[in-house]
Each structure stands twice: as C-alpha cells, then as structure tokens.
Design a protein around this ligand. Structure first.
Ligand SMILES: [Zn+2]
Length: 256
C-alpha cells in the first residue's frame, strides 16, 4: 500500500491510497489537483471516500465521478450530492482491497465519519476534520460533549495507528499546545521536527496516535499535568469534568 498527499486549497490534504487493486482518494475538495496527479502518475481512480459535507472535502466529487470506475462512499445522514454508498457506524467497507471500518464521530459536523483500516501492516485512520495533529476541528454542528466523545473514540484505537488528518494545521496547533502546557517538552521537540518538515515543504502528517496523546491538548483533558498548567486561568481546572476542560480549551483555541 502506498499513500500520498495531494495538496488542495491552502492547506487541505487529499489522501491518495494506491494498492494492487486500485487507487482511492479521501475528501477530494477539488478535482483539478487529483486529475493532474493521476495523469502525471498514469493512475486510474477507483473509489472516493468522504468524511463530511464541507465544501473543501466534497467539492471535487461531481467532476471526479466521470473519472472513477468504482464507487463514492460517504456518511448516510448527510446531504452530500453524488454518493453511491451511504455508510454507518460499525459497518466495514472494502475499497481497493482494503477493509475500512466506519466510525461515526459527530461534533465538527453531525455527519462526520472516520475510516479506520485495521487490517494492514500498520493501522491507519482517516479522520477528516475531527482530529488534527496537536489539535482538533472546530465544533460547528455538534455539542462539546459530542465532539469530546468522538475524540475519545479515536483515542482508544491502537496506539501505533497512523493518523491522516485533512489539513496541515500542525505548527499553529503546536503553538497553542505549547501555551497550554509550557512544561511539556514533547511539544517543543515536536515543533522542531515539524518546522524542519515544513521548511522542506513536506507534510507533518501522519503522526501516530501514541505521539498525539503526548502533545495534543484535546486528547489530554484528563491529564493532571495539563490541568495543573490551567489552574491560573480556569479556577476549577483540577475538579472540572473532562468535557468541561475540553470545552474551555476549544473556546480558548477558537480565539487564539
Ligand atoms: Zn470540515
């Protein structure tokens, strides 16, 4: 299996997975960059997988429909135009010989799903705009409670899971994470790594879930270290519920 990122818009990644059985893309918000890449590499597009309805994830569907010889998969509780197969929680779909487990993860949008490929040499998660490296998506349609539950659902996947997010937001997220937890040395170490990658125009993704649990404040709401670093601004930081800490961090990040 080979995985490549195709850049779209300012900071979107359209992930392309190639196997012996075909090529699939996840969240083609634009058709042109996908077409150009496929043409350049002489590849035929098989399937399209969609995580949620935002335009920068679905904008290329109707165009690319003409190019594929497979199907377009997406969430079932959604208004997305052009889907062939609607999927729900717990279902497993097969695309290009890969089994993807469907996880419903509402919060950023209500229709948001993730595709989890467990049955490979290394587990891989395609989580759209829900989990970012060192951050998470904004809560547009769901509640903080829903978003937090969705992140917790992803957090319990195998720790060696590679996380493929849909945006290059890592350095900005890490700067926030560092302000939240100035004592966390893993964050500063990871900033150095990611700065190198960005200077070489490389994606900072994927990262492992194990590493995310050490640097991503939104996966660390229950951690004493994180809560202790919040006490000066959030009075009840040590006694608040995990969701309350999440909500506090998300509101802070929204205006950061
Ligand atoms: Zn989105």
């Amino acid at each position: 299996m080979n995985i490549q990122s195709i850049k779209a818009f300012n900071d979107n990644y359209i992930w392309l997975i190639s196997t012996n059985e075909g090529n699939l893309v996840i969240d083609p918000g634009e058709s042109e960059p996908v077409r150009d890449y496929m043409l350049q590499k002489q590849l035929q597009l098989t399937d399209i997988l969609i995580t949620h309805h935002h335009y920068d994830h679905v904008g290329g569907i109707l165009d690319l429909r003409e190019d594929i010889n497979g199907r377009i998969f997406g969430p079932n509780n959604s208004q997305i135009e052009g889907l062939d197969v609607s999927v729900t929680e717990g279902e497993t779909i097969q695309s290009c010989g890969i089994d993807f487990q469907i996880l419903e993860i509402p919060g950023h949008t209500l229709d948001h799903i993730a595709y989890f490929a467990a049955d490979t040499s290394q587990p891989r998660l395609f989580c759209g705009d829900t989990l970012f490296s060192a951050g998470c998506g904004r809560v547009f349609e769901g509640t903080a409670q829903q978003m937090y539950a969705s992140l917790e659902k992803l957090k319990v996947l195998p720790s060696n899971t590679l996380v493929y997010c849909a945006h290059e937001y890592t350095l900005a997220n890490l700067k926030f994470a560092q302000v939240v937890e100035p004592q966390n040395l893993q964050i500063s170490a990871h900033i150095e790594v990611c700065e190198q990658q960005r200077n070489n125009d490389l994606p900072t993704l994927p990262n492992t879930l194990e590493a995310e649990k050490k640097i991503n404040p939104f996966l660390r709401c229950a951690e004493v270290e994180l809560r202790e670093s919040l006490v000066n601004q959030m009075n009840n930081a040590l006694t608040a519920s995990d969701v309350e800490v999440f909500q506090y961090l998300r509101a802070w990040k929204d205006s950061f």
